[in-house]
Design a protein around this ligand. Structure first.
Ligand SMILES: Cc1ncc(COP(=O)(O)O)c(C=O)c1O
Length: 460
């Protein structure tokens, strides 16, 4: 099958027609996509930015003299004022002004590292994580391990990559005597696009857990209302939301969970008073405790510009469009069959649009049912200027489930001395990785059509 005509697409997804003004915005604000003939399908990797965002940011930089914040001199105050205005805008955007601090970090990973190094992991602590986590969350287990805390994973189902609710419930109930319990999960999988039920936040908290919500893959297209769900810690990167600037993320900390974080050191900007005559110090009593050194004060104003841009775009309309496009893409990919009747593409995770975002993970199969080499698909896509992503996406849990890698096989592998991806593939005799296709703010029908046509060239 080749992609549907636009008219057929519209008759199958009539809501899409009402979102056509986004095509106008795309042409005006993201012109390089079409003038350079790029098919961008890696929005979960990074979002794209509008020209208006860059212009607005340059206007700010050219309108004032900025000095290093943390002083009362006028240029310093100018920078401080913009940083604090942006901080308020971030908290307002997530309906978090009353209950949360916003710590500016360099990215979601740095936000997560702060939790790793400051959560009171010790022999009385336990860390529970979902199988479906980015490595920047998985890595926190090494802080837990070093400090004597126990940790374990809660599984997701192989069929739809959603939480195994019964097991998670058991695991949440299983540690009544632990003093500190941290549960970490992503609001949306960066691989399968599954949106995990945010209701687990309240359920975990009722059972004495602190909750770390990794919202990095969720907030680019979904609304996170922190007056409704109240995780203790939230991590995110702004370039994933609106493309520009890179190098800034946030850690949102619920005020009631702030003192629980035990910062292991102090640095410039984080102390209210420190002495070298006696080795004592007082940490600042607000978000600055975790903003080490000088924040990225020239780029931070662009975060407010990005948030304003998202609001101007009308995210509800963007979601309507992405819902239609993702469903169209999944159904079209599933319908591609070789002459033998063998499907060309396997879509991992849910095949419908219920509780999922706009990220799809797939593998390709030949007419004989053998998996096709992913790097060949990726190279072919590169040649057609199609940006997709191949690999494990820093989420080994989902990869191990999708490729049916057992713990016995992995233990054997890790006791061997081979350590590259290809060594692993060879050692296990099993394929690793998949191809991720992710839609976002400016995706349109033409992007999907080009990708479906690209896939059909592998049909035999
Ligand atoms: C769900 C999730 N968490 C965390 C991260 C880490 O984000 P960053 O690389 O911006 O630190 C990513 C990046 O892809 C992600 O998708």
């Amino acid at each position: 099958m080749i992609a549907m005509s636009y008219a057929d697409f519209l008759s199958s997804y009539p809501n899409y027609a009402a979102t056509e003004n986004i095509d106008v915005i795309r042409a005006k604000e993201y012109p390089l996509l079409d003038t350079q003939d790029q098919v961008y399908l890696d929005y979960t990797g990074a979002n794209l930015f509008a020209q208006a965002q860059v212009k607005a940011h340059m206007d700010v930089l050219q309108a004032y003299v900025f000095g290093n914040p943390h002083s009362t001199n006028p240029t310093s105050l100018q920078a401080t004022q913009l940083v604090e205005t942006t901080r308020r805008a971030v908290l307002d955007y997530f309906h978090a002004s009353k209950d949360y601090y916003c710590v500016f970090t360099s990215n979601a990973t740095q936000s997560l590292k702060i939790i790793g190094e400051s959560y009171p992991f010790d022999h009385h602590a336990h860390f529970l994580l979902l199988f479906d986590n980015h490595n920047s969350v998985n890595g926190i287990r090494e802080y837990a391990r070093r400090h004597g805390a126990s940790f374990e994973y809660a599984p997701v189902y192989m069929e739809d990559l959603r939480i195994d609710e019964k097991v998670l419930q058991q695991k949440l109930q299983a540690h009544p005597h632990k003093k500190h319990k941290l549960f970490a999960f992503p609001a949306q999988s960066n691989v399968s696009g599954v949106k995990h039920d945010l209701g687990w936040i309240a359920k975990a908290k009722q059972q004495g857990w602190d909750v770390l919500l990794d919202a990095a893959a969720y907030v680019p297209s979904s609304e996170l209302d922190l007056s409704m769900v109240q995780p203790d810690y939230v991590s995110l990167s702004f370039y994933k939301m609106f493309g520009y600037p890179t190098g800034i993320g946030a850690l949102l900390i619920k005020k009631t969970a702030f003192e629980k974080l035990d910062k292991p050191w102090f640095a410039g900007g984080t102390v209210s008073y420190v002495s070298v005559t006696v080795p004592e110090f007082f940490l600042v009593d607000n978000q600055e405790r975790f903003e080490e050194g000088t924040v990225n004060f020239l780029s931070i104003p662009a975060v407010k510009i990005g948030l304003d841009w998202m609001q101007e775009l009308n995210m509800q309309q963007v979601r309507t469009r992405l819902h239609a496009l993702t469903d169209y893409l999944i159904q079209s990919l599933l319908s591609l069959k070789h002459q033998t009747g063998q499907p060309l593409i396997h879509v991992f995770g849910p095949h419908n649009m219920e509780a999922r975002g706009y990220t799809i993970i797939i593998n390709f199969f030949g007419a004989d049912g053998e998996k096709l080499d992913l790097s060949l698909i990726e190279q072919a896509a590169n040649q057609e200027r199609i940006s997709i992503r191949m690999g494990c996406f820093c989420n080994p849990g989902i990869d191990e489930i999708n490729n049916c890698i057992t713990s016995e096989e992995l233990s054997l592998f890790y006791s061997s001395r081979t350590d590259t991806h290809y060594d692993k593939v060879h050692f296990l005799g099993k394929m690793r990785g998949a191809i991720r296709v992710s839609l976002g703010l400016m995706s349109n029908y033409a992007d999907c059509e080009k990708f479906i046509n690209f896939c059909s060239q592998f049909l035999h």
